[in-house]
Design a protein around this ligand. Sequence first.
Ligand code: SF4
Ligand code: SF4
Length: 363
Amino acid sequence: MKEKKKIIRNNERPVQKYRFVVQVLFALLCIWIGIEFYLFVSYLESGGVAEFYSRPPGVDGFLPISSLMSFYLFMKTGHIHEAHPAGVLIFFAIILMSLVFGKSFCSWLCPVGFISELVGDFGKKIFKKNIRLPKILDYPLRSLKYLMLGFLFYSVFFLMTDAAVKAFLDSPYNIVADIKMYYFFADLSRFSLIIISALFLLSVVLRNFWCRYLCPYGALLGIASLLCPNKIKRDPISCIDCGLCNKACPSFIKVDKVKTVISDECTSCMNCVDVCPVADTLNLKPVYSSKKISKKLVAIGVVSIFIIFTGAGIITGKWQNNISRDEYLLHYKYMNSYGHPTGTDAVKKFNKENSGTSGHRRN
Ligand code: SF4
Ligand code: SF4
């Protein structure tokens, strides 16, 4: 007969309400950045006549391709490119977060992750559970985000020469990339609207559809998180096999079947740890030690890493770019004539046009 386990109740406070507060604050920060950017663009639209509002540097965080190229250039030269410096600092912060606390950016800070979560909760209310795709569909779909990430990395790290990367970052297109992105969302085409609506509806039915299957940023953080030494660990001796952790996991990880969660989909949301009814059975711990990392430390750590990087950028003057008001007005005037070098042929053309400056092909 199976021996009955002595249960010591888990009286630790859940951390979900702190996570929700952090998510709301970060979403408000993004809305504030959006409003400031709208005012800045309104100034440009007026041809410099309306009241001037400075460009919020945080908008750089919404330019992942430019940030990836700046990151590449930083690795080569040690210098942060001047066009969107805040983007690289945010990129560093997010990578460090993933190396210390797993894919925590997705569940603690990312506004898209937050919206996906709310939409998923709404879907759960309607359908009484979150629908999970069968493995035969889930695995190939999950690989899509890695394919997109691979394509981005291949384009930047292998197809483009150093000179071409630098030329892209220096290009007027890159300087106004944030303004172009603003108009993309402010003036959505019917096609884009259909795509966004489809993603929204799919997220109601399939929890975190965008994050799980399509987000290349999430793919990058998922890879970085595999290098993170801190993992969710289960003590099989005290575990009573209630399966609550399994049910609570938004990433459909079978927490109750493993000793250590090693998954690119774990977002360190701490849902499983919060619901576990037995004290010290499920915790975040370093792989090399049995010392638990408190849930509050995850909250404080994630927020602190973000604040330290942004604060360091502001203090050292690396947060704001050095593009003047007049330069922006000039670029705005000619913005529609700036083309984007996309696709292999275009990249080749771009490399050719910018060869002979300082680059060499790396393949
Ligand atoms: S395993 Fe736990 S921490 Fe990781 S995603 Fe699932 S519920 Fe969140
Ligand atoms: S929540 Fe998971 S880890 Fe905790 S007792 Fe139940 S099955 Fe075991």
